[in-house]
Design a protein around this ligand. Structure first.
Ligand code: NDP
Length: 256
């Protein structure tokens, strides 16, 4: 039987993989055999992660730098990646994202726009560009990084929640458009994970303890917890799974 989780021969781009969750995801895909592209806006950081991955796996890992919010930059970035890889992207992970927190009465226009352009318009730009190559080839995987915040509300993050709720429905719409082309589109939705994005929450002892208590597994997630579910969604193992959201949250969204 072929290995349902083997990604040898596939190419994968993980947006925002220069640190945090994306870095763990791109590492997992590389270890499963994929040729990976590490991405972020900070070129030196993306290149350093690509170098480290290349040394670890013995295969070349590539680095790419563009702002997902800029459609022209996304198109140019994909073209450059395709030229370097000698083919199109097989697996796109729309991970790049930001967080902004404030009570709604104080929420600024600038923060609202930043959230929309990074967390929703960015995945649109990348999915549109990647879909062209995938449709031509008749196969592909698009995995979007959502959040428990698409299901569970908390104070001061309504706009962030709106973007992640949008992502979950964008995934279903993409599945409607692309399933007939042999492309699966799913959302991987993390619970709470300690990264730069959540640094202020980790430092807040009361909130940090609340997360552990509210999570049936009794702890914050470790970024490595996301790797197995991602490889499943990226591999042949999930070939009849599309339009779904897979929560990786220690049970947070399942249990009150
Ligand atoms: P980090 O802040 O640690 O990393 C974010 C990554 O995205 C960086 O690599 C950053 O690189 C990149 N990035 C941000 N904006 C852009 C942009 N406009 N264009 C290109 N790259 C960009 O965040 P996390 O790892 O915590 O989060 C990753 C994803 O997971 C996000 O979508 C987030 O919403 C989601 N998530 C996180 C949770 C958590 O608990 N941490 C929980 C649920 C969901 P650079 O700065 O170089 O551009």
């Amino acid at each position: 039987m072929t290995d349902l989780f083997d990604l040898t021969g596939r190419t994968a781009l993980v947006t925002g993989s220069s640190r945090g969750i994306g870095r763990a995801l791109v590492t997992g895909l590389a270890e499963a055999g994929a040729t990976v592209v590490v991405h972020g806006r900070d070129a030196s950081r993306a290149e350093a992660v690509a170098r480290e991955l290349g040394e670890r796996t013995g295969r070349t890992a590539h680095a790419a730098t563009f702002d997902v919010a800029d459609a022209t930059a996304v198109d140019a970035g994909f073209t450059e990646i395709e030229e370097r890889l000698g083919g199109t992207v097989d697996i796109l992970v729309n991970n790049a994202g930001i967080q902004r927190r404030a009570p709604i009465a104080d929420f600024s226009d600038a923060d609202w726009q930043d959230l929309l352009t990074t967390n929703l318009t960015g995945p649109f730009h990348c999915a549109r560009r990647a879909a062209r190559g995938m449709i031509a080839r008749g196969s592909g995987k698009i995995i979007q990084i959502g959040s428990v915040q698409s299901q569970l509300a908390r104070p001061s993050i309504a706009p962030y929640s709106a973007t992640k709720g949008g992502i979950a429905m964008f995934t279903k719409g993409l599945a409607a458009d692309l399933s007939g082309h042999g492309i699966q589109v799913n959302t991987l939705a993390p619970g709470y994970f300690a990264t730069e994005l959540t640094a202020a929450l980790v430092e807040d002892e009361e909130f940090s303890a609340w997360v552990a208590g509210r999570t049936p597994a009794g702890r914050w997630g470790a970024v490595e917890d996301l790797v197995g579910p991602l490889v499943f969604l990226a591999a042949d193992a999930s070939r009849f799974v599309t339009g779904q959201t897979l929560f990786v949250d220690g049970g947070m969204t399942a249990v009150v």
